[in-house]
Structure formats: structure tokens, C-alpha cells
Design a protein around this ligand. Structure first.
Ligand SMILES: *Cc1c(COP(=O)(O)O)cnc(C)c1O
Length: 375
């Protein structure tokens, strides 16, 4: 009997089969160059990323979390500055705010798990001290960018868009990351543009923010051994930049198209009455980092998980709890506006199906059948 092959949430071995020759060539080039950190490769990759994003500058960083922190620090904020953000994201979003010296303020999400922009507006109207905002384009969806633009102008915000999950997404034709003062993305391997380790980038159309960010990521140096601001060590390796540039960035558009095609099939063919596609923002041309569905409750979700495990269909939960419930966040370190009841319901019910670009049509069929046949 042949064993049924497990369907993974991410399949890095299949990716390696596709990229191996280019990665080896890039590695050889970097090795021969004799230059390993922040050099020509990083510069070339930054240029290629900024061009493909359609934005003035990309600044390579050690990871996506640092890119958010660096963007916030580039605004030269007062210690304890208040930052509006979402309770439903990778913990890194909030951690970056805290590391930058900020005080996170959380508002509830909408039914699809994205920050509720009505509540954002209400909070901004009531508290004029909030001048920073870190919205997250979660799951690969684009939240309403026209609305973000209006809010950010009306309340004169320093907005940093967290695009770690949404590289390439747009809202009615407007790219994510192009509305805020800056944006951040991540090259963590599971992300839509993952590298072979850790990496990230800050995106901005502002020359001065780009310059400040380049200084902060490299010990706050303006010239060699002259430190004009308190910086960090958040440099991108030549190796990661070369691999991204040669092997991974060129695949981004086609892998995004593949994710979209799989999402289309899921939306059309999933028909189990207890499994709903999580709602997503109107106007979002999503890049489907994840494919979240909603179950009636946590118990039914666990039952479906058990069933999918038995069918060897990978599945995940994004996220098992809200950021506001993390033990690391002590009372007083943050403010919660309201009870986060919509977000709480969401995290109890959410389940993510595999949607990586190396899934075959047969595997997509297997995933759909496994869900639809669940009793
Ligand atoms: C992954 C992720 C980050 C952090 O990126 P790292 O490269 O892991 O530091 C931040 N925000 C969101 C929404 C993410 O998914």
C-alpha cells in the first residue's frame, strides 16, 4: 500500500527543488565577492524590491519586526508615545511598538479579523494624543487604503503599515504599504516572499525616513564610527539579499497568481455548511498569505482539525489567542479600548487551510474534499 503524502502548510523542500541552481549560483557569487553584510547585493535587492513594489525606497533589515521598530523610531517619538494597533496579529507587531518605546492601544477587529476602522476613527477622535498607527494587512488581504489615507490625513498620523503578510496586495488598485509614512515587510521563510533565514525590509517614499532607517539599522552610524543616533544592529546579509534577488523575488508574481487561483477554487468549491470563508475587506485584491475559514465554535474547530489531521491535510490556527492576553504584556504596558469581543470570537473559530504555491491541483482537490466530506 502506498502511504498518502501529507499536505503541508508550507513546503520548503519543493521550493528548494525549484530554486537550488539559482541559490547556489548566488551563494558562489557572494562568497567570491569577499563582502558579506550590507553591500552591493543588498543595494541591488533593495532597488529591485522598491521597483517591484512601486515605492521610492526599500531598506533591508534583519527581520520584519525590526523594520516596524525602525520605522516608528524614524519618527523620533517621545518615550511612551501612544500607538493604535490591532490585538489580532503576530505578536511581533506589538513587540516592535514596545521595543520602539511606544505604548500600544488596542481596538477590536471586524468579523474578518482585520482592525475595525470605525473603532480606530472613534479612538482617534477621542484621544488627540494618539499620533501613531500600525495597521496590519492580515492574512494577505488589503484593508481599505482609501479609508486609511483619509484617517491618516485627518488625524495627522505617523502610520506604519505592517505588510509582513501582504506583499503585492492592493485595495482598489492601490498597493498596500504606499499610504503610510512607512511600511514593513518580512522575509521569514513562511511569508509570501520568504528568504532562507530571517530578513525584512522597510518601505517608504520619503528620502529622509529612508536615510534615517539606513542609519538606525547600522548602529545609528551616519559615517563610519560616527554614531549620531541610538541605533540597532538590524542589517541584512549579502547572502540573503542575493538569494532573494536571484531566486525568490523573480518568482513572487507567479506564486501570488498561484495562491489566488487556489483561493478561487476554495471559495467556489468549499460547500460544508459549518465552514465559512472568513470575510475579507471590500476592494481587497488579496495575496492569500493564509486561507482562514470560520467554524461555528471552538469545539467544532477541534473536530475538523482532527479530521484533517487524519486525512493528512495540514492546518493551522492564526492565532490561538489575542495579543492582549499574552502573559508578557503586563497591566499598564498597554491600553485596551473595549472588550475585544469580535476578535475573541474570531480566534475561537478560525482555522487556516494550506494555500502555498507548490500545492498541486490534486492536492487542492484533496483539501476541498476533506473539508466537504467532514461529518
Ligand atoms: C511575520 C510577521 C511579522 C514579523 O516579521 P519577522 O520577520 O518574523 O520579524 C510582523 N507582523 C506580521 C503580521 C507578521 O506576520
Amino acid at each position: 500500500m502506498t502511504e498518502i503524502e501529507p499536505i503541508l502548510l508550507n513546503d520548503f523542500k519543493r521550493q528548494w527543488n525549484e530554486i537550488e541552481p539559482k541559490v547556489l549560483e548566488a551563494t558562489r557569487r557572494v562568497g567570491r565577492s569577499g563582502w558579506l553584510v550590507l553591500g552591493k547585493e543588498v543595494e541591488n535587492f533593495e532597488k529591485a524590491l522598491a521597483d517591484s513594489w512601486g515605492i521610492g525606497h526599500a531598506v533591508g533589515c534583519a527581520n520584519g519586526m525590526d523594520a516596524i521598530e525602525i520605522a516608528l523610531r524614524a519618527s523620533n517619538p517621545e518615550p511612551g508615545f501612544q500607538v493604535l494597533t490591532t490585538p489580532l496579529s503576530a505578536f511581533a507587531t506589538t513587540l516592535a511598538i514596545l521595543r520602539a518605546g511606544g505604548h500600544p492601544i488596542f481596538v477590536d477587529t471586524d468579523e474578518g479579523g482585520q482592525i475595525d476602522l470605525d473603532l480606530v476613527e472613534e479612538a482617534l477622535g477621542k484621544n488627540p494624543k494618539i499620533r501613531h498607527f500600525v495597521p496590519v494587512h492580515l492574512f494577505g488581504h488589503a484593508i481599505d487604503l482609501q479609508r486609511l489615507k483619509t484617517l491618516s490625513e485627518k488625524y495627522d498620523l505617523f502610520m506604519v503599515e505592517d505588510c509582513a503578510q501582504s506583499i503585492g496586495a492592493d485595495s482598489n488598485g492601490q498597493r498596500v504599504g504606499t499610504i503610510g509614512k512607512a511600511a514593513a515587510t518580512s522575509f521569514y521563510p513562511t511569508k509570501n516572499l520568504g528568504c532562507m533565514g530571517d530578513g525584512g525590509a522597510l518601505l517608504t517614499s520619503s528620502d529622509s525616513i529612508a536615510n534615517t532607517a539606513r542609519s538606525i539599522r547600522d548602529y545609528g552610524q551616519t559615517t563610519k564610527y560616527s554614531h549620531s543616533i541610538i541605533g540597532m544592529n538590524s542589517r541584512l546579509d549579502e547572502l540573503q539579499a542575493a538569494i532573494l534577488n536571484d531566486a525568490l523575488l523573480p518568482l513572487l508574481d507567479s506564486s501570488t497568481e498561484r495562491r489566488r487561483a487556489i483561493a478561487k477554487r476554495f471559495i467556489r468549491e468549499l460547500n460544508h455548511p459549518e465552514v465559512l470563508v472568513a470575510p475579507f475587506p471590500k476592494g481587497s485584491n488579496s495575496v492569500w498569505h493564509l486561507f482562514p475559514v470560520l467554524l461555528p465554535n471552538g469545539e467544532r474547530r477541534q473536530k475538523l482539525r482532527n479530521h484533517l489531521d487524519a486525512k493528512k491535510v495540514g492546518n493551522g490556527i492564526h492565532y490561538p489567542g489575542l495579543i492582549t492576553s499574552q502573559p508578557a504584556l503586563t497591566e499598564g504596558a498597554f491600553t485596551k479600548i473595549g472588550e475585544m469581543s469580535v476578535a475573541s470570537r474570531f480566534v475561537e473559530r478560525e482555522l487556516s487551510l494550506p494555500i502555498h504555491p507548490y500545492l498541486t491541483e490534486n492536492e487542492v482537490t484533496r483539501i476541498i474534499a476533506a473539508v466537504n466530506q467532514w461529518k
